[in-house]
Design a protein around this ligand. Structure first.
Ligand SMILES: Nc1nc2c(ncn2[C@@H]2O[C@H](COP(=O)(O)OP(=O)(O)OP(=O)(O)O)[C@@H](O)[C@H]2O)c(=O)[nH]1
Ligand SMILES: [Mg+2]
Length: 449
């Protein structure tokens, strides 16, 4: 690994006023900076109460705690110095300014963690989990992020990857020594191995999907004709009177966003202006915003007044680009219409739920339908994942499928597909796979034979 020459520094605590402000510095100049700023290199991993000095005139800038983590036993793997001073923006800026004058530059976002990855302290999944943990919107999201940070997901990926590596060892040995087979690669046996691995990855995909939602939250947009009870429903789901409700159609003009938690999933709910053709400038803009919100939604709730179930009222209608968006049809005001509350059987697929936004009947059923339609579920084995992880897992599945097709006829192609499958998994953890494979082949075979 090439030496990273630059020393970086940043404020580790949030901007603004607080009890403590932490400046973190990492890189080769850390010891020199410590000498200039506090007159000594503090004892490793000991909290040292000290003055932070202005290197120009020796004036005391602040008084606080210095923590020194010598390489490689630090977060980044480099020498790291933390200066815990008073948490005011002027003080923190002054210290950062002096640290900068002593040769450190401001760190880019995520650069400390990037260095931790480059120095092998974390793999890519763990590095991403650091960000997910900080960005968690619910306690459950934080819990799964911690598990990824502890390496739970990486371990599973690595376990599958090493099984593929073992299969490759056999396959490649059979190619290299084809006049003297090292092992009998029975096609049934190989097919079975590949199928087992494929199923393991498929299971990982299933467990990762809810994690992708968990990591970023979901956007759910309520839409429908004016006066059907969209704002009432938003309030019922939010359990607070967030949106104005009146008996006058056209009450809601702007988007109203409320974030609610459904079983640990952060759901941003958007109330929108009732969709109808109008000459009112404000209302036209409201409808335009509603359509834009619908287009970027993960799920839409189409609210219908069950006393006046006339879809034609939806006015401009959904634009063609919104056809693929997941949708739940909500029959509202069923306290008036008499329709039984809860799930409504539909001839074709898709959830339909009968509720009353005012009496709250059917709301729990709707909340469950929202989770189901989004594909969100909780469970001990859910994996905090990102889209790129799921994409890579699916590519690996594709390559394993291709590999199976080549078992008998084309061992070279089989080997190549296995290599690509393993590579896709390696992309998840950020590992370079080729070296590892060579190592495995040489360590498990006597090449001199
Ligand atoms: N009985 C009954 N009345 C409801 C229900 N939901 C909404 N209403 C009433 O219907 C009227 C319209 O409700 P809103 O929530 O403002 O409807 P909206 O769809 O947001 O209307 P716009 O913002 O104008 O598009 C109000 O008088 C509500 O009290 C319901 O479930 N039952
Ligand atoms: Mg409204």
């Amino acid at each position: 690994m090439a030496q990273i020459a630059e020393t970086i520094a940043a404020q580790a605590t949030p901007a603004g006023f607080g009890g403590i402000g932490v400046v973190r510095i990492s890189g080769p100049k850390v010891r020199q900076i410590a000498l200039e700023l506090i007159g000594t290199v503090p004892a490793p991993r000991h909290a040292t109460a000290t003055s932070f000095l202005d290197p120009l005139d020796g004036r005391v800038l602040d008084y606080g705690i210095a923590l020194f983590f010598p390489a490689p036993a630090s977060y980044t793997g480099e020498d790291v110095l933390e200066l815990h001073g008073h948490g005011g923006p002027v003080i923190v800026d002054q210290i950062l300014g002096r640290v900068g004058a002593l040769g450190a530059r401001l760190a880019r976002p995520g650069e400390f963690t990037e260095r931790a990855f480059l120095n092998g302290k974390l793999d890519l999944v763990q590095a991403e989990a650091v960000a997910d943990l900080i960005d968690s919107q619910t306690a459950i999201a934080a819990r799964y992020a911690i598990r990824s940070l502890q390496g739970v997901f990486s371990k599973e990926i690595n376990a599958i990857s090493s099984v593929i590596a073992e299969i490759r060892v056999y396959v490649e040995a059979n190619i290299d020594f084809s006049d003297e087979p090292v092992s009998d690669l029975g096609s049934d046996q190989a097919g079975e191995w590949l199928e087992q691995v494929r199923e393991k990855i498929l299971a990982l995909v299933d467990r990762s999907r809810p994690g992708v939602l968990l990591a970023r939250g979901a956007k759910v947009v309520l839409f429908g004709a004016p006066n059907v009870g969209k704002s009432s429903l938003l309030n019922a789901l939010a359990r607070s009177e967030r949106a104005i409700v009146t008996a006058t159609p056209g009450t809601t003009r702007d988007l109203i966003e409320v974030t609610v938690e459904l079983d640990g999933l952060a759901v941003s709910l958007f109330d929108t202006a009732g969709l109808r053709d109008s000459n009112d400038e404000v209302e036209v803009e409201g409808v335009r915003r509603a359509m834009a919100a619908i287009e970027s939604a993960d799920l839409v709730l189409e609210v219908i007044d069950d006393l006046q179930p006339r879809p034609a009222e939806v006015g401009p209608g959904l634009t063609p680009g919104t056809a693929g968006i997941k949708r739940i049809v909500v029959f509202n005001k069923c306290d008036l219409s008499g329709r039984p509350f809860g799930a409504v059987r539909a001839e074709e697929g898709g959830h339909r739920v009968a509720i009353s936004a005012t009496t709250r009947e059917g709301i729990e059923c709707l909340e469950q339908a929202i989770q189901d339609e989004l594909g969100y579920q909780t469970g001990e084995d859910i994996i905090m994942a990102r889209r790129r992880h799921v994409d890579a897992l699916q590519r690996a599945i594709g390559h394993l499928g291709q590999a199976k097709a080549h078992i008998i006829s084309a061992p070279e192609l089989l080997a190549e597909e296995l290599r690509l499958a393993q590579r896709a998994l390696g992309e998840i953890t950020g590992e370079v796979t080729v070296e590892d494979l060579l190592g495995q082949i040489f360590s498990s075979f006597c090449i001199g034979k």
